[in-house]
Design a protein around this ligand. Structure first.
Ligand code: 5GP
Length: 193
């Protein structure tokens, strides 16, 4: 998505450890007009998939999921991160190692909010090694619902998570796909090559 790529190039900051900071418009301060366009694009891509629920993980995925949900007119469920040992039996749960923080969280969703009759679109801000998305698809599988696909705002394609999950049959649509990034050469998108 051209508009998003231009904004990432203008305001994104490449940090050590393969981290792209987009705090000025996506991850801390939120440009709602841009987010609305991202939500509309997710709708355009998945509108024929019979989506009746959107699933994301707290915290940064929630804003994108909500903007998309306004177009789909469906509820958003966000997986909660929990580091406590005594998690109730009434939840689906999966272990997710955080790319940015290096800790492992148990992410949980109440059994009340996902069931076999659901067709779920998963939304997240970044796709890197694919741990977050794997955890969310695992939760959908536990619930018996169908994961119709995943909508990702920024995929760092060179980290390989997206390709691994696509090879397992998951439909993944990324609005910006970075093929390389560095301080010296800047950010290269798949649309540049
Ligand atoms: P994965 O689980 O695919 O390795 O990483 C995805 C998760 O890590 C996303 O939910 C996102 O919060 C975080 N993440 C991964 N790479 C980046 C990055 O370059 N910048 C930011 N801000 N978050 C990232």
């Amino acid at each position: 998505m051209k508009l998003l790529e231009e904004r990432i190039r203008l305001a994104g900051k490449v940090k050590d450890g393969d981290i792209l900071k987009v705090d000025s418009f996506l991850n801390h301060q939120l440009d709602i007009e841009l987010l609305d366009k991202l939500g509309e694009e997710f709708y355009r891509l998945f509108k024929d998939s019979g989506v009746n629920k959107i699933l994301t993980v707290e915290a940064s995925g929630i804003a994108f999921a909500c903007m998309a949900a306004r177009y789909f007119k469906v509820p958003v469920v966000f997986a909660k991160k929990s580091r406590s040992a005594n998690i109730s039996e009434d939840v689906y749960k999966s272990e997710v190692r955080s790319f940015t923080h290096g800790v492992t969280n148990t992410v949980i969703v109440s059994r009340e909010y996902l069931s076999p009759k659901d067709r779920v679109l998963i939304i997240d801000d970044f796709l890197a090694n694919g741990k977050a998305l794997t955890g969310l698809t695992d939760i959908v599988r536990q619930s018996g619902a169908v994961a119709v696909g995943a909508g990702i705002v920024i995929e760092k394609a060179y980290q390989g998570g997206g390709d691994r999950l696509r090879a397992n049959g998951l439909r993944i649509e990324s609005l910006a796909k970075i093929v390389s990034m560095s301080d010296e050469d800047g950010i290269i998108f798949d649309s540049d090559i």
